[in-house]
Ligand binder design. Sequence first.
Ligand code: GLP
Length: 242
Amino acid sequence: MTAARRDLSVLPAADWADGVADALAQRIEARPHLVLCLPTGSTPRPVYERLPAALSRAGAATRQASVVLLDEYLGLPAGHPVRCDAQLHRQVIKPLPEPPATFLAFDVDGPDPAAACAAYDAAIERAGGLDLVVLGLGTNGHIGMNEPGTGPDAPTRVIELAPSTIAAALAYGADPPPGHGVTLGLAGILAAREIWLLVSGERKAAILRAVLDGPVTTDVPASLLRGHPGLRIVADDDAWPG
Ligand code: GLP
């Protein structure tokens, strides 16, 4: 028996994606200038599929919102379908009835990825900071590309991908897969006003248990989110059977 937790919402798996899409649409309706950081990966995909309908139900418009990409691979050519900017454009931006005011991605096609990270941070600051960061959860506890070993002060930076992240990129069709990426750091995630950690499916159950009930440790970067006043973990009942 698990005690009720302030930071955890659990939805039946069949309703999870609709529930998250509706919650997102309601945020945009309440704050049309929302600065919203979004992840890629398989977890948010069903949410993104439902977003246009949810926006219409909520009467929400995205033309004043800013969408910020959470992380990106290095070494994939522009337009590569596995690139995170291409995925987010395909899955979120393009299906929207109106494009957002801004879509901020990393300029990884230039010669200097570290400069791209600095430009990304500066653009977020100019936008007034992140209102909401939506995250998926890696099976090793990573968030964005903040792999195990990442501390809470980690800045936006170039990182070496963990073997499981490289394998995932290969499975998505990046062959040869990238070995490095750039990511919003944990410091930037923790600076957001709200953080939603999306977790679905049985294969995330063990890591979600560790995130919620294990020690707060850099070995499990998502555990460092605990204690953030705006943290909301939205799991389905396959990932959190209770
Ligand atoms: C990837 C991404 C993360 C994503 C996570 C989980 O490596 N860098 O942003 O949230 O792994 O992916 P999935 O949702 O496909 O399980």
